[in-house]
Write a protein that binds this ligand. Sequence first.
Ligand SMILES: NC(=O)C1=CN([C@@H]2O[C@H](COP(=O)(O)OP(=O)(O)OC[C@H]3O[C@@H](n4cnc5c(N)ncnc54)[C@H](O)[C@@H]3O)[C@@H](O)[C@H]2O)C=CC1
Ligand SMILES: O=C(O)[C@@H]1CCC=N1
Length: 273
Amino acid sequence: MAINVLPDYCSLGFIGPGKMAESIARGVVKSGILPANRICTASHRNKTREDVFQSFGVNIVENNKQVVKNSTIIFISVKPQIVKKVLVELKDDLNDKILVSIAAGIKLKDLQELSGHDRFIRVMPNTPSAVGEAASVMARGDGLEEKDVKYVSDILGAVGKIWEIEEKYFDAVTGLSGSGPAYIYLAIEAMADGAVAAGLTRDLALNLASQTVLGAATMATQSGKHPGQLKDDVTSPAGTTIAGVHELEKGGFRGILMNAVCAAANRSRELSS
Ligand SMILES: NC(=O)C1=CN([C@@H]2O[C@H](COP(=O)(O)OP(=O)(O)OC[C@H]3O[C@@H](n4cnc5c(N)ncnc54)[C@H](O)[C@@H]3O)[C@@H](O)[C@H]2O)C=CC1
Ligand SMILES: O=C(O)[C@@H]1CCC=N1
């Protein structure tokens, strides 16, 4: 897919040099939409995080205010509990900047009220941004121009797939795609454990489990078939797969996954109150 390189005056800043900021920054650099030297963050007294960002060319500046000064598009990538503090700290410096909040559970209305700034986009990304395979959604605030929304959409489109949705769906999305990578990592680890129990080396088991998830996800996104049909295609009469599926169903596999998404969505809802 062709990438729209951002105009020269666009630069990207991250308030909060954490794991999600790193994933987006890595994906952006990898995509070529913006060079690393037009991305910055402030280390927030943490040399390890400074080293991580510098290792792929991102500039480390003195403090959050400097991040705002240097950037046209600023990601608020601190934990939800810290969002208020940084917006109050930065509110007098925001001027015409485009702000993107990725904080779980924090509503556009509250972001706008806390900062006195209406050029906000709310995004729920996920960590596969780092490898160009994010599943992200966005909802726009009141004061943005179409071109502002396009820049943010281009950035998130460069690191994966992006959907614009109504803000009321954010909690559900957070429970699904925001948190979802963790559920799948558990599945990969557990499947590999099973294979180790059945005699495979750890290394081969992890490689096969990871590639199986990648292949199944690619089938689900590209084959045009419903996941139920894809499952049936693997499941021979009196074969091996149905024996495994039977165990999963006895353990309540689908109900457990549904509960996990609902629990995470509920937690996102709690964070916004
Ligand atoms: N980790 C994930 O998979 C996802 C995270 N998010 C959201 O992204 C945000 C960040 O999450 P993570 O990256 O996981 O957390 P993290 O804990 O890795 O990153 C937060 C960073 O903010 C820094 N920080 C703390 N106080 C600060 C301040 N006053 N000024 C500047 N930096 C400060 C911390 O030192 C840390 O490096 C959260 O709001 C979370 O809801 C959203 C989607 C997925
Ligand atoms: O666990 C969290 O709160 C964040 C939001 C979505 C994924 N990680």
